[in-house]
Design a protein around this ligand. Structure first.
Ligand code: SF4
Length: 749
C-alpha cells in the first residue's frame, strides 16, 4: 500500500487529497487533513479520480480515422498522419487556416498551461478560441483594463470580510470560481458566525442563497443595472469614498457622474428588485466594517457582462473596500505566467483588439477570438477561412453556442485533430485523437488558480502512476514540431530547451526582475537535471516573490525562509506551503501604463449608454433561460464517471409552478423549449426556487449522439442546452457569449 498526497485537479478549489494505491490500483481517495489550505475538505468529484483512472472508455492509445472509422494506432503512425494532413494545408492556405480550441481542463493542467501557449505560438494562427468566451472573458477584460493584466482580478477576502454580496455565483456548488477557496460552505458560515452578513442576488434561490442572510431574485441579464443603481445610491447619499486608495485611482469623477444616471427608482422595473431594497443593500455594504461584492458566471455570460464585471469593482472601490482586508484583494502567487517579476506599479497594460475576426469583425482579446465566431469562420469562403480544427481538452460542440450550426461546420472541415481522454460529442468527428495522460499520470501545480486564491499557498504533486504514452508536454512539443515544419519526429528535448531558454532570457532582461542581468547559462545550469514543466515551474518559483532567486544553497540568505521557495521545497512539503493571508498591494500590483487604477476605461465607459437604454426596455412577458451549476458536474467531461451521474436525472427544466400551470406543464412531464437558435426537449421539474418568468437547464449534457464512446454518459445523456444559445448574441466589449437570459418559448412535449 502506498500513500500519496496531491492536489485535486478537477476544479479551482485545489483541495488536498490523500490517495492509497496498491500497484496500479487506487484503493481510496480522502481529503488530506494536513493540507495547509483545504484541511481535509473535499467534494464528491474527488472520488472521480479513481473512476477516471479505471474508466474502460478512457482512451489509452491514439485513434486514427481509417475508411471512416476511428481505429487504434501507434503514436508514430498518428503523428505521421497529422503531418500528412496538416502540413500541406498550412503550406497552401496559411497559418489562419488552422483553428485551435482550448477547453477548460487545460487550465488545471501544468503541462497544458505551460506548453499549450508554446504550441499555439508555433502554429501562429489568429484563429485561437477557448472556453473563456463562454465563461469569464468579461472579468478578464474589465480587470485587464482597470489593473493591467487579465489575471489582476481583485478577490473577495471571504475569510475576513464582514459583508459579502454575491451575484450570479453559487459557490456552495461550484466551490468557488475565479476564486480559489476550498470549503466555501465553511468559509461563508464563518462570515455569519462572526456577525457578518451574506447576501445573494440570483434568478434562482441557489444552495448558496439558502444559506445566506438574504436573497433577492433578479431578472437575468440585469445585474449591471442593479450594480449601477447601488453605485448611484452611494453617490447620491454621500457614501462614496474610496479611502486611502483614492490617490492611486484615475477616473473617479467620471465614474461618479456616469452612475448618477441609474437611480434605483429607474432600475427597479428592469431588474425586479424594489428601489428601497437596492438603496438598503448599498447602504449596508458601505456601512459594514469591511465588505465586498463578488460576481461570477451569471454576471459574465450575459449581454452586459463586461459592464457588470466592471461595476462590481466600481462598487468595491466606492465603498472603500478595494485592496483592504475583508474587501477585494489581490493574490500574490508563488509563480505566475506573466509579470511574475519586474518593476511593480506600472506596466504595458493590456492591448485588446489587435486583430478582428474575419467574418463578423469581433475584436481579439488576449490572443483569442470569441468562440461564437468559430462556425462562421469555418463556413465562410475566402482568404483565412478555417479548414482544420485542433481541440485540446475541449468539447465545443457541447460547450459553445448554437451547437447544431457548429457541428455542421466541423463536419465540413478538411482535418480535425483532438487531444482528449474520450471520444466525446466533438472528438467523434476527429481524424486523429491523441490521448492525453489522465490526472494521476502527470504532475500538478495549479499555476493559474493560485493567482486567484483567497490565501497565498503553493502545493506541488508529482505523478502517482507512470503513463503509457508520452507526457503531455512532449505531445504538445511534438505537435509544435509538426506545425513549425519539423515533421512528425521533432526533437522534443531540443524544442523544450528553446522554450526555457527564451523564458530565462526574457526574465534576465526584464528591468527590476530578481535575476536582472544574470547570466542565462548559469541559471539554466542550476535548474538541471529537471526537464519539461518541472524545470519551468522551478524557474518561475525561484524568480517569484517567495523564491530564492537562484541564491547559493537555495536560501535567500536573509533568514526569511518564506523567500526561499523552490520546487525542491514544495517536493519536501506534500501538504503544501502556506504563504500567508493577502496584504494590500496597491500600487505595486498594478501593470497599467499610468501606474494607477483606471476606474473609467474608455471602451467600458463607451458601453454605458447601451446600459442606459436597458432602463427603458419594455418586458414582453416572455420566458428566459438561464443555466445552473451542479456539484457533481464540471462542464461536459465528467459524466462518464458512475459516482458523478448516479441518482435521478439532473438535466431537467426548472420552472416555477405558476408558470408551469399557465403553460400546462406537469412535474416530470416533458417540455419543448425553443429559441431563435434551436429546439430541445427536457423533463420538467417544478420548483419555487426559480423566479417566475425564468427557466433553467444545466449545460454540459447531451451525450446520446451517435459515435460517442462514453457508455455511462450515454445512459445519463440529458440534453444539450447550448443548442438554444444564439451565437450572434455576445457582450460587445468582450465578445463573450450570452448564455443567460435567452428568450425561449415553452410548450408541452
Ligand atoms: S471542490 Fe474541486 S478541488 Fe475540491 S475535491 Fe471537489 S473537485 Fe476537487
Amino acid at each position: 500500500m502506498a500513500l500519496h498526497h496531491r492536489t485535486c485537479p478537477f476544479c479551482e478549489a485545489t483541495c488536498g487529497l490523500e490517495l492509497e494505491t496498491v500497484g496500479s490500483e487506487v484503493v481510496s481517495v480522502r481529503g488530506d487533513k494536513q493540507d495547509v489550505f483545504s484541511r481535509g475538505f473535499i467534494c464528491p468529484k474527488a472520488h472521480g479520480l479513481k473512476q477516471l483512472h479505471e474508466d474502460p472508455d478512457r482512451l489509452r492509445a491514439p485513434l486514427v480515422r481509417r475508411d471512416g472509422e476511428l481505429v487504434e494506432a501507434g503514436w508514430d503512425e498518428a503523428f505521421e498522419e497529422i503531418d500528412r494532413r496538416l502540413s500541406p494545408l498550412l503550406a497552401e492556405h496559411g497559418r489562419d487556416a488552422v483553428a485551435v480550441y482550448l477547453g477548460n481542463p487545460i487550465v488545471h493542467n501544468l503541462s497544458g498551461v505551460l506548453y499549450g501557449p508554446a504550441f499555439v505560438r508555433a502554429l501562429g494562427s489568429r484563429n485561437i478560441y477557448t472556453a473563456s468566451t463562454v465563461d469569464q472573458m468579461p472579468k478578464q477584460v474589465s480587470s485587464g483594463l482597470m489593473f493591467g493584466t487579465m489575471l489582476s482580478i481583485p478577490l473577495p477576502d471571504v475569510d475576513r470580510t464582514d459583508h459579502l454580496l454575491i451575484l450570479g455565483a453559487n459557490p456552495l456548488v461550484s466551490n468557488g470560481s475565479l476564486l480559489t477557496a476550498p470549503d466555501m460552505r465553511g468559509r461563508l458560515r464563518r462570515i455569519r458566525e462572526r456577525g457578518g452578513k451574506v447576501v445573494v442576488v440570483d434568478p434562482r434561490r441557489t444552495r448558496t442563497a439558502e444559506e445566506a442572510d438574504e436573497h433577492h431574485h433578479i431578472r437575468p441579464g440585469t445585474d449591471a443595472l442593479l450594480l449601477a443603481a447601488m453605485a448611484c445610491t452611494l453617490v447620491e447619499e454621500g457614501l462614496a469614498d474610496p479611502g486611502p486608495v483614492a490617490e492611486h485611482i484615475n477616473g473617479l469623477d467620471e465614474v461618479i457622474e456616469l452612475v448618477r444616471g441609474f437611480p434605483p427608482e429607474r432600475a427597479e422595473g428592469a431588474c425586479g428588485i424594489p428601489a428601497e431594497d437596492i438603496r438598503r443593500m448599498a447602504r449596508e455594504l458601505a456601512a459594514a466594517p469591511s465588505g465586498v461584492v463578488y460576481g461570477r458566471i451569471g454576471t459574465c455570460t450575459q449581454e452586459f457582462g463586461t459592464l457588470a464585471s466592471w461595476l462590481i469593482d466600481v462598487l468595491n472601490t466606492l465603498t472603500g473596500n478595494l485592496d483592504r482586508e475583508g474587501g477585494a484583494m489581490f493574490a500574490r502567487a508563488a509563480a505566475a505566467q506573466k509579470n511574475s517579476s519586474g518593476n511593480g506599479g506600472s506596466g504595458k497594460g493590456v492591448r485588446l483588439g489587435r486583430w478582428n475576426s474575419r467574418v463578423r469583425g469581433l475584436p481579439e482579446m488576449f490572443g483569442e477570438l470569441p468562440v461564437s465566431c468559430l462556425a462562421e469562420e469555418i463556413e465562410t469562403p475566402g482568404e483565412g477561412q478555417v479548414r482544420a480544427l485542433i481541440t485540446l481538452a475541449g468539447n465545443p460542440l457541447v460547450s459553445t453556442p448554437n451547437a447544431a450550426r457548429l457541428e455542421r461546420a466541423v463536419e465540413s472541415l478538411d482535418f480535425r485533430l483532438a487531444v482528449d481522454l474520450y471520444v466525446n460529442e466533438t472528438t467523434r468527428h476527429a481524424d486523429v485523437i491523441l490521448p492525453a495522460p489522465q490526472p494521476l499520470e502527470r504532475s500538478h501545480f495549479d499555476l493559474a488558480f493560485y493567482q486567484l486564491s483567497v490565501r497565498n499557498v503553493a502545493n506541488y504533486s508529482p505523478p502517482v502512476f507512470e503513463g503509457s504514452g508520452p507526457a503531455e508536454w512532449e505531445l504538445l512539443m511534438r505537435l509544435a514540431g509538426v506545425v513549425s515544419g519539423q515533421g512528425p519526429n521533432a526533437d522534443v528535448d531540443a524544442v523544450d530547451d528553446l522554450v526555457i531558454s527564451t523564458i530565462v532570457q526574457r526574465e534576465v532582461g526584464t528591468p527590476g526582475s530578481r535575476v536582472e542581468g544574470r547570466e542565462p547559462a548559469e541559471l539554466l545550469e542550476a535548474l538541471e537535471p529537471r526537464r519539461g514543466p518541472e524545470r519551468m515551474l522551478d524557474f518561475m518559483l525561484r524568480v517569484g516573490p517567495y523564491g530564492d532567486a537562484f541564491r547559493q544553497n537555495g536560501h535567500a540568505g536573509d533568514g526569511d525562509r518564506s523567500r526561499a521557495l523552490t520546487l525542491s521545497v514544495l517536493e519536501a512539503n506534500p501538504h503544501g506551503v502556506d504563504l500567508g493571508a493577502h496584504r494590500p498591494r496597491l500600487p505595486e500590483v498594478l501593470r497599467t501604463p499610468s501606474g494607477k487604477v483606471e476606474l473609467a476605461p474608455e471602451s467600458i465607459v463607451a458601453d454605458v449608454e447601451r446600459l442606459r437604454t436597458a432602463l427603458e426596455r419594455e418586458r414582453n412577458g416572455g420566458m428566459v433561460l438561464i443555466g445552473r451549476r451542479q456539484l457533481r458536474s464540471n462542464n461536459s467531461w465528467m459524466h462518464n464517471l458512475p459516482a458523478l451521474v448516479k441518482g435521478k436525472d439532473r438535466c431537467t427544466l426548472h420552472i416555477h409552478p405558476d408558470d408551469a400551470a399557465r403553460l400546462g406543464l406537469d412535474d416530470g412531464a416533458r417540455a419543448l423549449v425553443s429559441s431563435s437558435a434551436g429546439r430541445i426537449e427536457a423533463p420538467v421539474e417544478l420548483t419555487d426556487a426559480i423566479m417566475p418568468g425564468v427557466v433553467s437547464i444545466p449545460h454540459g449534457w447531451g451525450h446520446d449522439v451517435p459515435g460517442v464512446r462514453m457508455r455511462v454518459a450515454s445512459e445519463h445523456a440529458g440534453v444539450n442546452s447550448n443548442v438554444l444559445a444564439d451565437e450572434t448574441r455576445v457582450d460587445p466589449v468582450s465578445g463573450n457569449a450570452v448564455l443567460n437570459g435567452i428568450p425561449v418559448e415553452i410548450t408541452p412535449g
